[in-house]
Design a protein. Structure first.
Length: 177
């Protein structure tokens, strides 16, 4: 999904004992898009465990140790953010993320307990949440697509949508408000 989004800055959080499959997928996506993959771990013990777990892969992401406030202030233009909701501070990562001007995808893994709450409460810098989805995969994945910073959510803005019906060949033109 990160590669399809053409993400240039992919950020994830990882804790000791966590699965490494997501990291491998994100590293592969970063390689395909030519982007930067950053993994944030809470302490040096987790850093060592992460390096050991991911050492079998071809590319190793940039690893940053620290708490959300200091780490997220260094990362600007996040296109794709994956947080583990088992971490106590996962919501801080979401709130403090400095998202890309063109929008971003926010992913909360291990979200089976409904811990993420309202995405609108997390994204408070005037951006709108375009779409959210919950996938009952593994322990649950909660995702949100956040609009670009220049997008307008004004009800007076109108646009035309063109849709071609493949089976009948008809063209449908719809005006939205």
């Amino acid at each position: 999904m990160a590669a399809g989004w053409n993400a240039k800055l992919i950020v994830e959080t990882w804790s000791q004992g966590g699965r490494i499959a997501t990291s491998i997928g994100l590293a592969t996506a970063a390689k395909h898009t030519g982007g930067r993959h950053v993994c944030i771990v809470p302490d040096n013990r987790s850093r060592v465990a992460y390096i050991k777990a991911i050492s079998s892969t071809i590319t190793t992401p940039e690893i940053i140790v620290g708490d959300p406030e200091e780490v997220m202030s260094e990362l600007e233009g996040v296109d794709f953010l994956v947080v583990d909701s088992r971490r106590r501070d996962f919501s801080q990562f979401l709130r403090l993320a400095r998202l890309s001007q063109r929008g971003a995808v926010l992913v909360c893994k291990n979200a089976s307990g409904g811990k993420t709450g309202s995405w609108r409460a997390v994204v408070d810098d005037g951006r709108r949440v375009v779409r959210t989805a919950y996938l009952p995969v593994g322990e649950g994945i909660d995702m949100a697509h956040v609009a670009s910073s220049g997008s307008s959510s004004s009800s007076s803005e109108r646009r035309w949508i063109k849709h071609f019906d493949q089976s009948s060949g008809e063209e449908h033109v719809i005006r939205t408000r």
